[in-house]
Design a protein. Structure first.
Length: 246
């Protein structure tokens, strides 16, 4: 229920996948899924398909297309391995806010031109570092993004980061949902509070939920931090958000 596609972008060609429900007929509401730092891999294909099965066409791009196509973590290795992680961090450093913005335009162009995707507003969801991507896409394309969600998001509101998405939320018109990992070293309580305050001040319809006992990366089945109960809750919350907005 998926197919590989190539998307022309300002910085090159994005390799991506489109997921639809089995036996789907006609165009479906679009959801953009941004992977975590590990990039494209089987557990994210499974995650995208699970979202699609609720009645959506899911677009999952390779966020690292500037540096590599397809999976970037070698088979049998983990994105947490010390000989893999430095490469991923290097690739992630290239994903500046400006680079993300150029990619958002390309992804929306793809949605507008591929047969699987219905006209109208879309959803965006990110994990770990890309929770910020979903939020930024909602801010930069407020007329298109009806729902943005982030799970075990990282570094959403660092006080000394001028590029933090916390500074951009004032333009968001869609719904926002965050499912945070409990005691997440990459998103401590003060950052959660800072983001909540900014969203509230901007009048954004948002929900923040702390997944008690869940560690960073709780939705990634290939990570030691995977938490089946928290992952199930994440799918329920995301399904409800998309149902109510799309």
């Amino acid at each position: 229920m998926s197919r590989a596609i190539e998307i022309s972008a300002a910085d090159g060609t994005i390799d991506a996948h489109v997921f639809t429900p089995e036996g789907a007929n006609g165009p479906l509401p679009a959801v953009v899924l941004f992977t975590d730092i590990g990039g494209l891999r089987p557990c994210y294909h499974e995650k995208a398909q699970q979202i699609a099965n609720h009645g959506y066409a899911v677009l999952m791009p390779n966020v690292y297309y500037r540096d590599a196509s397809g999976p970037v973590v070698p088979e049998g290795k983990s994105f947490r391995d010390p000989d893999v992680r430095p490469t991923l961090v290097e690739y992630a450093d290239h994903l500046t806010p400006e680079a993300q913005s150029r990619d958002f335009v390309a992804l929306l162009g793809c949605i507008d031109n591929e047969a699987e995707f219905a006209d109208g507003k879309i959803g965006a969801v990110g994990y770990c570092m890309t929770g910020a991507f979903a939020l930024r896409m909602a801010a930069e394309h407020a007329d298109r993004v009806a729902a943005a969600a982030g799970f075990h998001s990282a570094r959403l509101a660092e006080a000394d980061d001028p590029n933090s998405p916390v500074h951009e939320v004032g333009t968001i018109e869609g719904r926002v949902y965050f499912g945070h990992a409990d005691k997440d070293e990459l998103l401590p309580p003060e950052q959660i509070a800072r983001m909540d305050e900014a969203l509230a001040a901007a009048g954004v319809h948002f929900t923040t939920e702390l997944y008690k006992g869940a560690a960073h990366g709780f939705t990634a089945k290939d990570a030691p931090s995977y938490d089946a109960a928290a992952d199930d809750l994440h799918h329920k919350r995301l399904s409800l958000l998309l149902e109510e907005t799309l």
